[in-house]
Design a protein around this ligand. Sequence first.
Ligand SMILES: C[S@@+](CC[C@H](N)C(=O)[O-])C[C@H]1O[C@@H](n2cnc3c(N)ncnc32)[C@H](O)[C@@H]1O
Length: 351
Amino acid sequence: MGRTFLADSFATNTGTYYIKVNLSALFLYGASIYYIVEIKLSLMNTRESNMANQPHPIQYQGSKRGIASTILNFLPKKIERLVEPFAGTAAMSVAASAQRVSQQYWINDLNKPLIQLLELIIEHPYDVVDGYSQVWNEQIGDSIKHYYQIRDKFNTSNDPILFLYLLARCVKGAVRYNNEGLFNQSPDKRRKGTQPEKMFKNIEGVSKLLKGKCVFTSFDYKEVLSQVKSTDFVYMDPPYQGVCGNKDSRYYSGINFDGFVSSLEELNRKDILFAVSYDGKRGNKTFGQNLPKNLNLKRVEIQVGRSSQATLLGKQEITIESLYLSNPLIHHLQDKKIDFYPLHKQLAIIN
Ligand SMILES: C[S@@+](CC[C@H](N)C(=O)[O-])C[C@H]1O[C@@H](n2cnc3c(N)ncnc32)[C@H](O)[C@@H]1O
């Protein structure tokens, strides 16, 4: 019956896991039957609750902080180096370090001020705390006017400390850029941004986890992928956007779908272990384009949670994100010689 047994699995971030066993192989082109096996993992619950305390100085739309521990369960337990070509806030590296999965990290994102900010937070945390406290305190009086002044200053200087203030203060922690690449998100009028004391704890927490363990770059992801080694594990969380080229106001840059698929083919050829967070759905609405079948990846669905917007509107919408696992990774997960988390042992038994 083969690998189709593993074709889909479904993970919730409540600690209860469902594995959908797709028996479509039994019916050549017929309907698929799904058996749902419920596995309650107390260990997973412990890991989830630990993650709730994960430090997070940078607010960022699309951050994987909320599901990082769930994703970690699909990675090898020990990794020589974790490479994040689309690091954003590096939520996976923070989570992996908290779980002692790896001692080395390569944190890359095309957004240079973001990477400079991460590097400062990790290597020089107290400088960032001082700088942030100063900018934050200066807003007292007319905080909206202050925000726009800082935004102007940031757009000419690219100063990472100013960026931290903007991220803490802007609407939904969502970066937005105009056609010229200038940051143009508005301030959140109801909030003043993370208090310096809280920011201090988060910055110190991230620094303690990652200091001295990281390489920081702001390359295009393709450059990173061309340099990865066979002993690396690559976790990718690109902006999903279908086929419409490189323009994406949500982030500093977008990516071209076909180019990304070619890069994954190249990783496959090199037998490099990788996982990709890509498309998903919210309620009936899908976002992103499924990665093609010829990449030979396994897709896992992870429940992210109810969208707050939908809850406000009285809808019961659940967001599901896809995590694609590379074929060599699946082989590793099934290899009994490696000590994997219980979920993978379950997957291996089912297969
Ligand atoms: C979905 S976000 C990653 C979020 C991240 N996983 C986290 O937890 O914060 C995607 C990131 O890809 C970056 N990006 C976009 N195009 C890129 C490219 N061509 N090369 C490298 N990074 C890129 C964006 O700047 C953005 O930070």
